[in-house]
Write a protein that binds this ligand. Structure first.
Ligand code: DAH
Length: 340
């Protein structure tokens, strides 16, 4: 029987077909229910136990050769496949794999850094896990003061308090402790607040803090700097307005609005008809804060500001839901490719 199988293997290996019909005949002859292989498997039942193993192996070898030959013939004559192989040009360059793109928040972060670096601001960073002094006390938030509730805080440890920083204003303090004026710096970074996630709020987001300390720095300097920023970021026609506000670390404090970038101040559903949208908080650094960080408040004055990168990005690119920034859906991210 082994010899018979070997002969068939030879026959199959040398078998040639020239069209689909012949390929099918091959299959019928060897592999169909009434084909030669099935007959052999029938005969195999009668083989004595001593040679079953050897014959069985050979038979399986035959079967797999027949099967792969049949598949080969079938593929060769399947519709179109012969023309594909004829036209295949192996010298063509391979397909270029798709490149990713920068995340919109990184794009805007970079843009903010570029804008301020043109007027001499450096970039400084600080830790995301922060002590009470840098996140609150040095910034003129007295202990137990209700102003601390303005920012719902994630605590890592209590007494002494270690928190996830609630704002990048903490970096102001670190910079002032470590550098002598003049100081001109911005501090981009991630901040954390214990807030429910919605289209307008998230427990993790990004801010950029600005700080300028020197002799004779005035509110007019603050206003001019922010006006320059607004026009660079949102276009030359952008107007700004400052509204009085309260932050413990600045006095006086203000919030800055820009003319709505969508309707140019006419009033639309983004600015809720007001023509203005808020983009940041700012003010003159409170003398207590300067003193806390070891800077002579009689000699030096300064201004500070803080803005949310998500907010600026939403206004710049008309993103209506903050959660999109954190889902990393490529259909969303791909839309920022051209801005790369
Ligand atoms: N730290 C403030 C916040 O997270 C933002 C801010 C307001 C920063 C006024 C400042 C400032 O430096 O002067 O809401």
């Amino acid at each position: 029987m082994i010899e018979k199988i070997q002969e068939l293997i030879q026959e199959i290996v040398n078998f040639e077909v020239s069209n689909a019909e012949e390929a099918d005949q091959f299959r019928i002859k060897f592999l169909s229910r009434k084909g030669l292989l099935n007959d052999l498997f029938e005969d195999f039942k009668k083989v004595d136990n001593a040679s079953k193993r050897e014959v069985g192996q050979k038979l399986n070898e035959l079967k797999s050769i027949a099967q792969s030959r049949s598949n080969e013939f079938k593929e060769r004559f399947e519709a179109g496949s012969s023309s594909i192989s004829k036209d295949l040009d192996l010298s063509l360059p391979s397909e270029v794999s798709e490149l990713g793109s920068r995340h919109p928040l990184s794009l805007v972060r970079k843009e903010i850094i570029d804008i301020f670096s043109h007027i001499g601001f450096t970039v400084s960073e600080g830790p995301e896990i922060e002590d009470d002094w840098h996140n609150f006390s040095a910034l003129n938030f007295p202990e137990e003061h209700p102003a601390r509730d303005m920012q719902d805080t994630f605590f890592i440890e209590k007494k002494p308090d270690i928190t996830l920083r609630t704002h990048t204003s903490s970096v102001q303090v670190r910079v002032m402790e470590n550098q002598k004026p003049p100081i001109r710096t911005i501090s981009p970074g991630r901040v954390f607040r214990n807030e429910a996630i919605s289209a307008r709020a998230h427990c993790i987001f990004h801010q950029v803090e600005g700080l300028y300390i020197d002799e004779d720095v005035s509110f007019a300097d603050l206003k001019q700097t922010l006006m320059y920023f607004a026009k660079e970021m949102f276009g030359d026609k952008t107007k700004i307005r400052l509204r009085p506000s309260y932050f413990p670390f600045t006095e006086p404090s203000a919030e800055m609005d820009i003319s709505c970038p969508f309707c140019a101040g006419k009033g639309c559903n983004i600015c809720k008809g007001a023509g203005w949208v808020e983009i940041l908080g700012c003010g003159m650094v409170d003398p207590n804060v300067l003193e806390n960080a070891g800077i002579d408040s009689k000699k030096y004055t300064g201004f500070a500001f803080g803005m949310g990168i998500e907010r600026i990005t939403m206004l710049k690119y008309q993103v209506k839901d903050l959660r999109l920034f954190f889902e990393n859906d490529v259909r969303f991210l791909n839309q920022f490719k051209s801005a790369f």
